[in-house]
Design a protein around this ligand. Structure first.
Ligand SMILES: Nc1ncnc2c1ncn2[C@@H]1O[C@H](COP(=O)(O)OP(=O)(O)OP(=O)(O)O)[C@@H](O)[C@H]1O
Ligand SMILES: [Mg+2]
Length: 157
């Protein structure tokens, strides 16, 4: 079990954290994201995209489409479950078609998973502190994601 928390002081710092994670991702990685509206989740994914060699300008919040797919070093599946109301909705959309494939999946509003939450995933929690600061906590239970977090931590600002 590993976790670390940091406070970013600008969108650029959140992007940079995402970028560092993006460079370390492996096929099949699942990153569940939790936190309020405007807390920085999409910004973080934009950084991840950059780390995967995808133009970050292409990344838009998928709130209205549920899933966006981007092609970089790995395929990036960017989900946003904000509009889903119950776990049944999640089952109905066949959310796991991609989740357990060779790409990497980032899921905004993972609160909505309920019991369908994947067994193993990297957990990220975003808290709005004020206009420019966000508290971000990354945590993992299993060994592989824990190792990834230790590396990320070592490179933190
Ligand atoms: N430290 C910071 N980290 C991330 N974003 C920040 C920070 N400071 C300011 N911002 C701004 O806050 C906003 C975060 O919006 P973003 O779309 O990333 O949030 P979100 O968590 O995806 O929200 P939603 O739940 O609505 O999808 C952006 O406009 C960004 O520029
Ligand atoms: Mg978003």
């Amino acid at each position: 079990m590993a976790s670390f928390t940091l406070t970013t002081r600008s969108a650029a710092e959140t992007l940079a954290l995402g970028q560092r994670l993006g460079r370390r991702l492996l096929p099949g990685d699942i990153i569940c994201m939790f936190g309020d509206l405007g807390s920085g989740k999409t910004t973080f994914v934009r950084g991840v995209a950059q780390g995967l060699g995808i133009d970050p300008g292409d990344i838009h919040s998928p709130t209205f489409v549920l899933l966006n797919i981007y092609h970089g070093r790995l395929v990036l599946y960017h989900y946003d479950f904000y509009r889903l109301e119950k776990p049944d909705d999640i089952a109905a959309i066949g959310y796991d078609d991609f989740l357990y494939g060779e790409g990497v999946s980032f899921i905004e509003w993972s609160e909505r998973f309920g019991p369908l939450i994947p067994k193993v995933y990297l957990r990220t929690e975003f808290v709005f502190i004020d206009e420019t600061r966000r508290r971000i906590t990354l945590s993992a239970e299993d060994e592989r994601y824990s190792r990834m977090l230790k590396e990320l931590k070592a490179f933190s600002p």
